[in-house]
Design a protein around this ligand. Structure first.
Ligand code: FES
Length: 155
């Protein structure tokens, strides 16, 4: 099996493990919302958004897409809404458990968010998921119209 490699600016090929896959410091992740970052999916080459969230002293990473309409972001760029430790999609009020990604309320009840593999070492969160490469902190740079859309759902 071939191991994944990346090309440096100097043209050297390095094993993926030797590249910087650090996402953020643990302390950068808010206690009552989410930390947004961007990944590149290896298979398609397309960028995807993901979020870090705290739950009972642990950190979890999920792709930043609701399971009701998968083009809708849970974190719309300023941190996801949360209540009692659960992530809320504000478009139609789906609630997702932060530690399992399970939707326990709303139109996609029973579905799960897509998990991203991470590790924590020396106060830093790193990407360990072989299906993605880290791109940057923050969102995919795109049209803000869709990002800001919300329904009339009241909280
Ligand atoms: S798009 Fe998230 S609940 Fe409908």
């Amino acid at each position: 099996m071939l191991s994944k490699t990346v090309c440096t600016r100097d043209g050297y090929r390095l094993p993926m493990a030797a590249t910087n896959r650090r996402i953020a410091a643990v302390d950068d992740v808010p206690t009552d919302s989410t930390y947004l970052f961007t990944l590149r999916e290896d298979e398609s080459g397309e960028e995807r958004e993901a979020i870090l969230v705290r739950s009972d002293g642990e950190l979890h990473a999920w792709l930043n897409y609701c399971q009701h309409y998968t083009n809708i972001n849970i974190d719309k760029g300023s941190g996801a809404e949360m209540r009692n430790g659960e992530l809320i999609c504000t478009n139609h009020g789906a609630y997702f458990e932060s530690d399992s990604g399970y939707c326990n309320h709303g139109p996609c009840k029973g579905a799960y968010l897509n998990e991203i593999d991470i590790s924590i070492e020396d106060g830093d969160v790193s990407l360990t998921d072989d299906d993605y490469d880290y791109v940057r902190d923050g969102p995919i740079e795109t049209d803000e119209t869709e990002r800001e859309s919300k329904s009339n759902y009241k909280f």
